[in-house]
Design a protein around this ligand. Structure first.
Ligand code: 9MR
Length: 604
């Protein structure tokens, strides 16, 4: 074992690198479990760089040569990959040394993801609407009074942004509770659906994890698992968004009309308004009439809260998650399970009756979550209902859906087919074994495609090399979820390595050397786009609690003022830790959900 200084000097002397030190060295800033692959990325030219791994005392543990990848479009850098997977000795404070540069310190130990899984789940408690966030549970800094404590909302009435007139409705709904979506205070059924599903799927995969008392929640000690307590908070809200039977609504009904002359083709016009029987449908969202400024702790929100028109997509999100609820709570609370089942079946019937009621994205004050193709939501809901009830109607809907056979992609709020396939491939259901096996193979095939993508980007992540979308970190983590399932099915190590690569990226193995998770790593997320975690705008407000994921680089929809100035950036570098950068640095329930799923998976 040699002291670090001698190593660095020796390396410098023999180095043929054009880039002057310090060379960026990027790796997972929390570290690795002993048995996992351990990869770091260093910026360097065409000559393989020599690296040395040193322990906390500066003693050499291992050395080797990096593998040259070369110019990398995804990161905009010239990179080399370092692999030190065979170092398994647990320890804290390891560093990689290349030339005159040192990496951030990191650990090798078991259980490295245990606290991240819990913190990522605790995010949902922090995002709760309608209840105070208790200092005894989260600490004084993050405590706050209830936001929107008695949220009895009427329907939007009057003229929307495009000039359409909406008649409103003859009722108000008590929609108190649920999670705020993101940095804003909207509560959207569409996005609530995938988020809740992801938490509940983690429960279905490992029901004993996150049991009663494992988290800091108000309901700890009620003999129900804490993950289920948190999930039920959102499920209750989604149930409240359902419209009573035989209520009529006037909404655009049918396929959208072509875009007006001079507009891009995707800016379609809504269909004509028609009277429909909206009983059993779910409202798309409840949200502020106007966008609020930042900062804006939820209890100070001065805006009127409104229900926005029901949509087929929201209705199917309710059907899918309520069906999932019905089979999970069967063992926990039969009355609640029965309520969920009735709501799910009612929602399904409503969606069948009204299959083409689309969100119009024409209301200011909140996000749209508009989706012009709900065939995947129909398939997802049918899959959940079939797994729960076994009824022929849902089986037939599954078997007749094109999504039962098409190639899988990572799920996202507008593309939910994969969620249905995961349920059919993992939850007990009435499909023949051969079909379940085929669906499992489809998940493994998707995982193989994701692994193939690692060859095309320098940082070696199972993700695309260009075109990073809004919330790209969640797209990557949703891929990691499928990789995790592929590992569950096959036991083949490369799939776990793919999950590790995705998590490594999120925790620092990226060209910005940034941990996109608050509270984790040497350079964690500090300034997300959030109306309460906003110390850069008001020093009295807290930063994000630990375990919150930034949406991450966005090279395709750079719409905020910070992003506009960055256009032309390499995809993985289109990001900055700025509260105003809402298209790159917001947080959201559908993004933290896969962070939780994947961290819990890695920890299991
Ligand atoms: O995650 C959503 C992304 O896919 C869309 O491209 C984007 C623009 O419509 O909206 C994102 O969702 C936001 C939502 O509309 C409002 N709350 C914050 C969400 C995350 O930015």
């Amino acid at each position: 074992m040699r002291p670090i200084l001698a190593v660095a000097v020796a390396l410098l002397a023999g180095s043929a690198v054009a880039i002057p030190p310090p060379l960026p060295i990027h790796l997972n800033q929390i570290g690795f479990t002993p048995g996992d692959t351990k990869t770091a990325i260093v910026w360097g030219g065409s000559a393989p760089l020599e690296w040395v791994l040193v322990d906390a005392g500066g003693r050499e543990v291992k050395r080797g040569k990096a593998r040259v990848f070369g110019p990398d479009a995804a990161s905009g850098a010239e990179v080399q990959r370092i692999d030190f997977s065979d170092v398994r000795l647990p320890g804290e404070g390891y560093r990689l040394v290349v030339g005159g540069s040192r990496s951030d310190p990191f650990a090798i130990r078991d259980g490295i993801y245990a606290s991240l899984a819990k913190d990522a789940l605790a995010f949902f408690y922090h995002q709760r609407a309608g209840v105070p966030i208790d200092a005894r549970l989260v600490g004084a800094a993050w405590a706050r009074p209830a936001g929107h404590p008695r949220e009895v909302a009427k329907c939007f009435a009057g003229r929307d942004e495009r000039g359409s007139e909406w008649p409103g409705c003859g009722y108000a709904l008590d929609v108190t509770g649920g999670w705020y979506d993101a940095g804003d205070h909207g509560k959207y059924v569409v996005n609530g659906g995938i988020s809740l599903w992801t938490l509940l799927n983690a429960h279905e995969r490992r029901p004993a994890a996150f049991g009663d008392g494992s988290l800091k929640l108000p309901a700890a000690g009620n003999r129900v698992g804490d993950l289920l307590d948190e999930a039920r908070f959102e499920m209750d809200f989604l149930l409240r968004m359902q419209i009573a039977d035989e209520v009529r609504a006037r909404v655009p009904a049918g396929a959208p009309k072509p875009a007006k002359a001079g507009k891009p083709a995707w800016e379609t016009e809504p269909a004509d308004f028609a009277d429909i029987d909206a009983g059993g449908m779910a409202h798309q969202k409840v949200a502020d009439r106007n966008w609020t400024g930042l900062p804006m702790p939820p209890q100070d929100d001065p805006e009127e809260r409104l229900l926005y028109p029901p949509t087929t997509a929201a209705t199917l999100n309710l059907a899918a998650t309520a069906a999932q609820c019905a089979r999970i709570w069967r063992e926990v609370d039969q009355a609640f399970a029965a309520r969920c089942r009735a709501a799910a079946e009612r929602a399904w019937r409503a969606a069948k009756r009204n299959p083409q009621i689309y969100a119009t994205n024409s209301f200011t004050g909140s996000g749209g979550y508009g989706d012009g193709d709900v065939s995947d939501e129909f398939y997802w809901a049918a899959a959940e209902l079939f797994a729960t009830t076994g009824a022929a109607e849902y089986r037939d809907a599954v078997l007749q859906s094109p999504h039962f056979h098409t190639e899988l992609r990572e799920p996202g709020w507008p593309s939910t087919a994969t969620l249905g396939t995961i349920t059919l491939a993992t939850a007990r259901n009435g499909l023949p074994k051969a079909e379940v096996d085929r669906l499992r193979s489809a998940i493994v095939a998707a995982a193989d495609r994701f692994l193939a993508d690692e060859k095309d980007n320098g940082y070696g992540i199972p993700y695309v090399a260009s075109g990073y979308p809004w919330g790209s970190n969640s797209s990557l983590l949703n891929r990691a979820m499928l990789l995790g399932l592929a590992h569950d099915f096959t036991g083949v190590a490369k799939y776990r390595a793919g999950v590790v690569a995705a998590m490594d990226y999120v925790l620092g193995r990226n060209p910005l050397g940034q941990s996109y998770v608050s509270g984790y790593g040497a350079r964690p997320l500090m300034h997300p786009h959030h109306r309460f975690w906003a110390p850069s705008l008001d020093p009295k407000l807290p930063g994000p609690p630990p375990g919150v994921l930034s949406g991450g680089p966005n090279s395709t929809a750079m719409s905020d003022d910070v992003a506009k100035k960055m256009r032309g950036c390499a995809p993985q570098r289109c990001w900055v830790d700025d509260i105003h950068a809402y298209s790159m640095n917001e947080v959201a329930i559908n993004w933290n959900a896969p962070l939780f799923w994947v961290a819990a998976w890695l920890d299991s």
